[in-house]
Design a protein around this ligand. Structure first.
Ligand code: GLN
Length: 296
């Protein structure tokens, strides 16, 4: 069987059993089985797939069909143009979470020293800016910020030791250096003063998490389940971030699409000003930001 026929067989099988992107999923699994990168796979469509690779591919398609994420099967996921190792100790990075990165980048002081003081010759950012990424999981948000802005001092934390191990691996693989990465719930592992806090806490309702688990997802419940309304973690995120931030520092947090008004109120109750809710590409509320303006 050639690659084209294998791809159409896999796409057909996945189209029946799991929603989403059967063609892309089959292409990733086929590329993985024959050891060809996805962008080169189209050029190898006429090539014969060796029998052992075809068997392996069919086995992977069956795993995907039973609900396992493609990223867990192939062991990585692309995020913001970089590749992250993932396994069932962490949530698979979502494309929507790139918005959290965009918002976080927009919250840093303008480049080239509008605020005065010493600036970095490479980024133009004021020197000494510090950011903490909580609930880091694979590390994708904090590592992206560190990769985009090498002068930003970034630290990471997660309540799960397993997640933290994987995040440390990704730090070294993506950045080629280390970042401070510690175990801790919410922001307990962060140290003041911070200029930016990013957080993608678990925000799925407990009932929906049950349904996701029942469908065969192997993602960690700890990374999804945000309690009855999915909002359990936000009061602690907001109050701890407020305490750790410098005056003028900002919090950016990912939220579920129905949580904009509730999380806005939680940030305002914690003292944040300029609270704004941003929509993802599908038009859903996805990220809330707030700025600490200390009362003087
Ligand atoms: N966006 C994820 C999902 O819909 C949830 C991520 C989270 O809880 N932080 O599965």
């Amino acid at each position: 069987m050639n690659a084209r026929a294998a791809l159409s067989e896999g796409t057909g099988a996945l189209g029946k059993s799991c929603p989403g992107s059967p063609f892309l999923d089959a292409a990733l699994l086929l590329g993985f089985s024959v050891n060809v990168e996805r962008d080169r796979l189209l050029a190898s469509m006429p090539d014969e797939v060796p029998p052992a690779a075809l068997d392996a591919y069919r086995g992977l398609v069956a795993r995907r069909a039973s609900g396992e994420a493609v990223a867990y099967i192939i062991g990585y996921k692309e995020f913001y143009g970089r590749r992250y190792a993932v396994d069932s100790r962490v949530l698979v990075p979502r494309p929507d979470t790139e918005l959290l990165v965009e918002v976080a980048l927009s919250l840093l002081p303008p480049a080239d020293g509008a605020a005065g003081g010493e600036t970095s010759p490479t980024s133009g950012l004021p020197r000494g800016l510090r950011c903490h990424d909580a609930f880091t999981g694979s590390g994708c948000v904090g590592i992206t910020l560190a990769a985009e802005l090498p002068d930003l001092e970034v630290s990471l934390s997660d309540a799960s030791d397993g997640a933290l191990e994987l995040a440390r691996l990704n730090v070294r693989a993506v950045l080629g250096r280390d970042l401070d990465a510690r175990a801790g719930d919410v922001l307990s592992a962060a140290t003041a003063p911070l200029d930016l806090v990013t957080a993608n806490p678990p925000y799925v309702t407990a009932a929906l998490t049950d349904a996701i688990m029942a469908e065969g997802s192997r993602e960690p419940r700890l990374a999804l389940d945000g309690g009855e309304r999915g909002l359990d973690l936000y009061p602690a995120v907001a109050s701890q971030a407020y305490a750790l931030l410098r005056d003028g520092g900002a919090l950016a947090a990912e939220i579920g699409e129905e949580q904009g008004p509730a999380v806005r109120a939680i940030l305002e109750a914690a003292g944040f000003g300029d609270v704004a809710v941003h929509q993802d590409l599908a038009g859903h509320d996805r990220v809330v930001e707030g700025v600490k303006r200390a009362v003087r």
